[in-house]
Ligand binder design. Structure first.
Ligand SMILES: [Zn+2]
Length: 427
């Protein structure tokens, strides 16, 4: 652990920018043994079904006579196939052949794998009060096929509003388009406009102008996702620093909240914010100003900031709070694998002041691992699973889910200046 003044964030590996688990290409896959029936496996299934009445009346001869070889192989472990095979053995040869094929198909007929949406629907629980998901990568292509259903489920789960994360100019524009197209019912959509540190190297002469234009939209509630990621360094560090600072200045200029990301870059992260605060205060050179502002946090920024998807340790949390930041908690807190530190994060949650705590899914990443068994857990996270994060946060803080739901919604409403349609149902 480094000095207390250092802001060290997200020291351990985070799956934040793993590729989204694409939904269910496996659904199109066929069983390896199905090639002989290809492409008519469905026809075989219906053939098996058409033979089903015969299975209810197997003759004694059928039960004692050994089934033909084709029937023996697939029938094991498949009661329906075994019944069909027994019945088929009593049939005339032509029908027996058909029945044999049907029995083989029945044996291979595993239930179709549920879609990501079906899995999410199966573990949907409703929050006891309206909640706000402050971080959803809803423009991600893995939602292209069923975004409407995703939003409908979110509504069913009590999600009153979603902040769609923009992490490049292009994805911010996609987020804006989603907000414009979405005409309810369901959660209200808002978006952030910004460039993630991974994409900082893509910034160019027109980036700030385009972000400024995006930020002017009535549904744009923050600048970001911006920040630093010195773990993967997908963009050179000096480029990350440059574009993080530019976006902080833009947020100050436009009086928009900051939605931020930080990984393995704590000291530099704090320095950028303090320098910006000093610049705004009209201080001296950046270095001296940083020193002068070091103890005062970022209140001088004049805009609120949230560090989303906090996964750090106690020291890092203290530094964030000292900087004046709010904290976004994801399904990381639901992760019970010792090496991931979910339990450590849970133990810290009580120390986050109520007025600084918000919740998020960071969909499609970080599916809450409190959904068990693992087979029932979708690979793709979505806002309807936010109540699972809520439950883990409430348990960790020793508060009721309703209290945490109400409080985090009020904080999000105030932080992002959401319309009162989102939070008045709480009264
Ligand atoms: Zn992030």
């Amino acid at each position: 652990m480094r000095a207390a003044s250092a802001l060290l964030l997200a020291a351990r590996p985070r799956p934040h920018s793993l590729l989204c688990p694409r939904p269910a290409s496996h659904q199109q896959q066929q069983h390896p043994g199905a090639s002989f029936a290809k492409p008519s496996i469905r026809a075989l299934r219906s053939l098996a079904a058409s033979l089903a009445p015969a299975a209810a009346h197997p003759s004694t001869a059928a039960l004692t006579r050994p089934p033909p070889p084709l029937l023996r192989r697939p029938a094991t472990g498949a009661p329906a196939a075994a019944a069909a095979a027994a019945a088929a053995a009593a049939l005339p040869p032509r029908q027996r052949r058909r029945a044999a094929v049907a029995a083989a198909a029945a044996a291979m007929d595993k239930p179709a794998k549920p879609s990501q949406g079906e899995l999410a629907a199966a573990c949907l629980v409703r929050a006891p009060a309206p909640i706000v998901d402050i971080g959803v990568n809803l423009a991600d292509e893995c939602f292209d096929k069923d975004r409407g259903e995703v939003l409908a489920r979110a509504s069913e789960a009590g999600v009153a509003a979603i902040i769609v994360t923009g992490c490049s100019v292009r994805s911010s524009e996609a987020a804006r388009a989603l907000c414009e197209r979405h005409a309810g019912p369901g959660p209200e959509l808002f978006f952030t406009a910004g460039v993630h540190p991974h994409s900082a190297k893509e910034c160019g002469a027109d980036t700030l102008a385009r972000l400024r234009e995006l930020a002017a939209h009535e549904k744009c509630v923050a600048i970001g996702e911006c920040g630093l990621d010195f773990n993967r360094n997908f963009s050179p560090q000096d480029v990350q620093l440059e574009w993080f600072a530019k976006q902080v200045d833009l947020a100050i200029e436009l009086r928009k909240p900051l939605f931020m990301h930080c990984r393995d870059a704590g000291e530099a992260f704090g320095r950028v914010l303090r320098d910006a605060a000093a610049r705004r205060a009209g201080g001296a050179g950046a270095g001296a100003a940083a020193g002068a502002a070091a103890g005062s946090g970022v209140a001088e920024l004049g805009v609120p900031g949230v560090l989303h998807c906090f996964t750090g340790n106690g020291e890092e949390l203290k530094d964030c709070l000292a900087l004046g930041l709010s904290i976004g908690i994801t399904g990381w807190v639901c992760d019970d694998r010792p090496e991931r530190g979910g339990a450590e994060l849970a133990a810290l949650l009580k120390t986050i002041p109520r007025g600084r705590l918000m919740i998020e899914t960071d969909s499609p990443y970080l599916v809450p691992r409190t959904i068990k068994p693992s087979k029932a857990r979708p690979h793709r996270n979505e806002p309807s699973l936010l109540p699972h994060v809520l439950a883990a946060v409430a348990a960790a803080r020793g508060e009721s889910e309703e209290a945490v739901a109400r409080q985090t919604t009020l904080v999000a409403g105030s932080f992002f200046q959401l319309p009162n349609t989102v939070w008045t149902p709480l009264y």
